[in-house]
Design a protein around this ligand. Structure first.
Ligand code: IMJ
Length: 260
């Protein structure tokens, strides 16, 4: 079986709690045999760190590191640790997004320059410097995964600046795929996940409405789970997907193909 990630060293970012899509991805990668490095968003009281450490302990990560992508020194530190501990990197999983709450409601035209910059910086730009740091460490046929959403392509109510960020992210995936493919066969892909109740979605007005809409209209008449997104991530990081790069793969129970 080619879907074997035994001994593959994969860094997973973006786990906040047991509803995180990154958590579903980490569990599937571990089940396929991967050796994990996990990053968490550091906060003053260390709450995230404690929570993510406890949650991920059963996956026995070989690396557990703080990473705020707006802190260049911290990002460099993560890759210095990877170099020292692993020497190589077989996979990078980017599940990071942020926009100010005020930007995720009402008119897109009300987006401030600062809000736009911060959202694009954290949610889209961050993938580029992560790949730049990972580039010298990537093994032959390594893989990069990021998470997107249909709001990159369609004007979804309240998604606003995040939709613009995801459009930039999907374009970044294509440019990074073009850059990283030639030398070491590194593949870069996005997974566009359907709506799931997570920390990143629970705070949002109209999310339940979106979920009900998917349950009524998606070909599978249901939403997807974090574990289903994780299964696709494991596939994309495996040799089974050796011919796929630069793509946005929809894991959305078929929702985006409907005309209903
Ligand atoms: C987010 C906003 C508006 C509509 C939305 C979403 N729909 C879905 C989401 C329909 C599914 C969730 N999503 C795909 C995201 O990418 C969420 C990103 C996000 C969420 C928050 C909430 C809390 C906060 N900042 C955020 N930044 C990004 O303060």
């Amino acid at each position: 079986m080619l879907l074997d990630l035994t001994g593959k060293k994969i860094l997973v970012t973006g786990i906040a709690n047991n509803r995180s899509i990154a958590w579903g991805i980490a569990q599937q990668l571990k089940a396929a045999g991967a050796e994990l490095g996990i990053t968490y968003l550091p906060d003053e009281k260390g709450r995230f760190e404690a929570k993510v450490r406890e949650l991920t302990a059963p996956l026995e990560p070989s690396l557990f590191l703080p990473l705020n992508v707006q802190d260049a020194e911290q990002m460099a530190g993560v890759f210095a640790e990877i170099k020292e501990t692993w020497g190589v990197l077989d996979g990078l999983v980017h599940c990071l997004a942020f926009a100010g709450k005020e930007e995720l409601i009402g008119d897109y035209s009300a987006t401030t320059a600062e809000g736009f910059s911060r959202s694009l910086d954290i949610s889209a730009y961050s993938l580029a410097p992560l790949c730049a740091h990972a580039k010298p460490l990537f093994s032959e046929k390594a893989g990069v995964i990021t998470l997107s959403y249909l709001g990159a392509d369609r004007a979804i109510p309240n998604y606003n600046v995040m939709g613009v960020a995801k459009a930039a992210l999907e374009a970044s995936v294509r440019y990074l795929a073009a850059e990283l493919g030639p030398e070491k066969q590194v593949r870069v892909n996005a997974i566009s996940a359907g709506p799931i109740r997570t920390l990143a979605s629970s705070a949002i007005g109209g999310i339940l409405e979106m979920i009900h809409n998917v349950e009524e209209k998606a070909p599978l008449r249901r939403t997807v789970t974090q574990m289903e997104v994780g299964g696709t991530a494991a596939f994309l990081l495996s040799d089974l997907a050796s011919g796929i790069s630069g793509q946005t793969i929809y894991v959305d129970a078929g929702y985006c193909i409907t005309g209903m």
